[in-house]
Design a binder for this molecule. Structure first.
Ligand code: C2E
Ligand code: MG
Ligand code: MG
Ligand code: MG
Length: 278
């Protein structure tokens, strides 16, 4: 009996979590169909330059149009996709589609949008990762300067260091690297200084807790100023209110992303938003 068979048997016959396990098995097999049957869709959320009030770019965020369960957000299926390794295919699909879409926007009157794409650890650690990114840029004709790869700080620092090494050749040709979810992870300021990144994305939990609370507002200011002194471009996530926007703008944060400017939407809806901002 192979290890995999053993695992499947365990899923099916374990008495106390049978439903969950069966669900998960079905989910896993559904997942094999998601790409073939075109059930994935990239949503886009605006990133705004808060100093100039112009659109800087968008972040691609994956959604799964599940045939029975409806539209699913990543927190529902990415953990399982990560476990099964399927996430590599999802990430590659998103990267290709997002680059294609952004190139299309370039050709239709939005020449300098930056597209941010989340890359999971299994994807950026895979042997052909760099080749795949280069191939996708060549295929879609998107200039490397307009692609930003987001890696989550929520990764162990040894892995982050490995990631940095993986990403260096891409950074050398102009691709930007963002450290996502900053403040929820493991990096010390010393490590941060040596880490080859362009953008630091401050996790939404900080800004959201700053509402009307002086101590937390001080914390947001502190993080922004630390990031500035390390010469990073700063993106604040989760901006929902005018008050939050005012706070980060006054501290000199560069970019903002959040419901205040718009939720993640389909490519078509995003195009309408872009037209309004023009
Ligand atoms: P993330 O990369 O940190 O993306 C930001 C998340 O915050 C998105 O959730 C977005 O919808 C949400 N958000 C944006 N503005 C606001 C706001 O003002 N308020 C609140 N409450 N939330 C806001 P989403 O789309 O559910 O994605 C969750 C996470 O899933 C992402 O977090 C990212 O880590 C992961 N993810 C999404 N797409 C991909 C993908 O294509 N590949 C990989 N590997 N991970 C992905
Ligand atoms: Mg992200
Ligand atoms: Mg984030
Ligand atoms: Mg996050």
């Amino acid at each position: 009996q192979t290890k995999d068979e053993g695992r499947n048997n365990h899923y099916i016959f374990e008495s106390d979590d049978t439903d969950y396990s069966l669900d998960k098995l079905i989910f896993e097999s559904d997942m094999r169909r998601m790409i073939v049957f075109d059930q994935l869709e990239a949503y886009y959320q605006l990133q705004i330059d808060v100093q100039t009030e112009k659109v800087y770019g968008t972040e691609a965020l994956i959604r799964w149009n599940h045939p029975e369960k409806g539209l699913l957000t990543p927190n529902v299926f990415l953990p399982i996709a990560e476990e099964t390794g399927f996430i590599k295919e999802i990430d590659e699909w998103v990267l290709r589609n997002a680059c294609q879409q952004t190139q299309e926007w370039r050709e239709n009157g939005y020449p300098d949008l930056t597209i941010s794409v989340n890359v999971s650890r299994p994807f950026f650690e895979s042997v052909r990762f760099v080749d795949k990114v280069l191939a996708i840029l060549e295929e879609t004709k998107l200039p490397p300067q307009q692609l930003s790869l987001e890696i989550s700080e929520n990764t162990k620092i040894t892995e982050l260091t490995a990631a940095a090494r993986q990403l260096l050749p891409l950074r050398d040709i102009g691709i930007k690297i963002s450290l996502d979810d900053f403040g929820t992870g493991y990096s010390s300021i010393g490590q941060l200084k040596r880490f080859p990144i362009d953008h630091l994305k401050i996790d939404k939990s900080f800004v959201q807790e700053s509402n009307g609370n002086d101590t937390d507002a001080e914390l947001v200011k502190f993080i922004i100023n630390m990031a500035k002194s390390l010469n990073f471009n700063i993106v604040c996530e989760g901006i929902e209110t005018e008050e939050q926007l005012k706070l980060i703008r006054e501290e000199g944060c560069h970019y903002a992303q959040g419901y205040f400017y718009g939720k993640p939407v389909t490519a078509n809806e995003c195009e309408e938003l872009l037209a309004k901002w023009r």
